[in-house]
Design a protein around this ligand. Structure first.
Ligand code: PMP
Length: 408
């Protein structure tokens, strides 16, 4: 039987099985677009629909809204608006940063350094460059998913043209020592890129203080629309164009801009960063209550990721003898939306490359559950998860062929 989502203020007309409310705990996958953002976007579809490339008043108005959004994005990361280039999301920003720097520096060198736990938008981009003859070092991480800046120093050579390490991991929430890694890169004259898709609105980002030369972000991770994002490119960074065509984005990324989406991105990032000082500690307290409650009530459970250097909204736990996908299905039936750790791989057929890099045996890298909190989550949501999850795991362990006799 299906019911409509009746959560107060919920704009998601979602149907959920058997429960009248949806406990959405998958904010690392995507977030609902905030009402203030929708309000800002709507006129750009209707009365303010001009093409920013044209010259008349309607078009100039679109140009003005676009430039306002560019300033909002720049302010959020301590950049200059002229260093912000709009993209179709985090994936495009990562592709452009890595392929663009690789192409522009081919004569200088052919070596790229990244980490083993990057998002596939980085890993697969690097793999495609390897097929073109570039060499890539995938830095190892410790058991908590942290890159050691000393390993960058060891890997770097005079042929290295880029270091790319994410600010925070999408599966396990581990925050990297980005400023230290950037310093090593700069000491060797190498530019530093970071995928900050999960970090924006969760932890403070300042491109100058952190030594970031290129930064990827994505609108739908912090209350903005899907299909929007930006690449920050520090002035004078050598990088090729990404899309050929018209002169949009100062000739580096052609194509009529997604004006409504960009306007939404600008508004969303402004709100996300302004609310962060209040929101992040509130989410961190709920996160800690979830982690403590889960570890205390469910035996043979492991916390993945770093215990403290961790995104405020990320819980990632693995339950022995239980597959992640089966937990998700049972939670879905109970009105809880969550992910397995490896949300971006093709279901659990593949073990999580992140958990494998953290040293987990393959058979244990299938079973993690990722709960990621957002501003609409309440203490009651946490109570509900803590109430049902132990029963779900116990039931699955009883059914699991992997379980030892005591669970059978
Ligand atoms: N990088 C990270 C760390 C992400 O979590 C994601 C989204 N899962 C992306 C890149 C891709 O962003 P987008 O969905 O905007 O293409």
């Amino acid at each position: 039987m299906k019911y409509l989502c009746v959560e107060p203020g919920c704009s998601m007309n979602t149907t959920v099985n058997r429960r009248s409310r949806l406990v959405y705990m998958d904010h690392a996958a995507t977030t609902p677009v905030r009402p203030e953002v929708v309000e800002e976007m709507l006129p750009c579809f209707t009365e303010r629909f001009g093409n920013p490339s044209s010259v008349y008043a309607l078009a100039r108005e679109a140009r003005v809204t676009l430039e306002k959004a560019r300033r909002q994005v720049a302010d959020a990361i301590g950049a200059n608006p002229k260093e912000i280039y709009f993209t179709s999301g985090g994936t495009e920003a990562d592709n452009w940063a890595i392929k663009g720097v690789a192409a522009a520096n081919r004569k200088k060198g052919d070596h790229i350094i990244t980490s083993a736990i990057e998002h596939h938008a980085v890993i697969h981009t690097c793999q495609s460059l390897e097929k073109q003859g570039y060499r890539v070092t995938y830095l190892p991480v410790d058991e908590f998913g942290r890159v050691d800046p000393a390993s960058v120093e060891e890997a770097i050579t005079d042929k290295t043209i880029l270091v790319s390490v994410m600010t925070a991991n999408n599966e396990i929430g581990t925050i990297q020592p980005v400023a230290e890694i950037a310093k090593v890169a700069h000491d060797h004259g190498v530019p530093f890129h970071t995928d900050a898709v999960q970090a924006i609105g969760a932890i403070p980002i300042d491109v100058d203080n952190m030594g970031i030369d290129l930064l990827s972000l994505s609108g739908h991770k912090f209350g903005g629309p899907k299909g929007t994002g930006a690449l920050y490119i520090r002035d004078k960074t050598r990088i090729g164009t990404f899309m050929d065509g018209g002169a949009q984005e100062r000739g580096r990324r052609a194509g009529t801009e997604n004006v409504p989406g960009i306007v939404g991105l600008g508004k969303a990032i402004e709100l996300a960063v302004a609310e962060m000082p209040e929101k992040s500690p509130r989410l961190a307290a709920m996160r800690d209550r979830l982690i403590k409650g889960i570890l205390e009530t469910i035996p043979e459970t492991r916390l993945n990721g770093h215990p403290t250097e961790r995104l405020p909204n990320n819980v990632n736990v693995a339950f022995r003898y239980v597959e992640g996908e089966s937990i998700l299905l049972m939670l879905d039936a109970l009105g809880i939306a969550a992910s397995t750790g490896s949300a971006c791989t093709s279901a659990s057929l593949e073990p999580s490359h992140v958990l494998v890099a953290c040293g987990l045996p393959h058979e244990e890298a299938h079973g993690s559950l990722r709960l990621t909190l957002g501003s609409r989550n309440t203490e009651e949501d946490v109570d509900y998860v803590l109430e049902v999850l132990p029963r779900v795991i116990e039931r699955l362990r009883r059914m699991s062929p992997l379980s030892p006799e005591r669970y059978a």
